[in-house]
Design a binder for this molecule. Sequence first.
Ligand SMILES: [Zn+2]
Length: 160
Amino acid sequence: MVLNPRGPRCRCGHFGCLEAYVSTAAVAPAIGIREQDLLTMGEGRAGRLKLSTRARGDLAMRLGRLGLAIGNALNLMPVRRVMVAGWPAEFGDEAHAGILGGIEGSLFGGASAVNITFSNAELGREPAAGIALATYAYLHRGAMQPEALAGEITTDNLTE
Ligand SMILES: [Zn+2]
């Protein structure tokens, strides 16, 4: 998702992609640490780092952009529960407020109905850890409800 075509170069070859702002490769230097150090932190240690005012503002901008992207995705696929995996979990309430602010700015109808939870970061194992958690949550809630399947393609109308 390109947020700013004049933004930083992304490893995919484009400029200003979401990843160029919120990947651990982008966030770690912005808060003054090595990516490998961020990946090996845990238990909220990154969130307890003493950050400069500039670094804290930069982090807030990145969290806001992440929220903006999530809000845009929710405009296309409205769901109430959003699970964020990866480094934002390290920043607790600060990340929650930043992401929610971004969602508020981009989601039609605002962010009041959106419930964000963070998975405990499994830094260095993303996105596999986040996808596994989302799959578990989806199946745990009974997967797709039968009424949601109404109107789906069935084997009957495939033969026509
Ligand atoms: Zn990219």
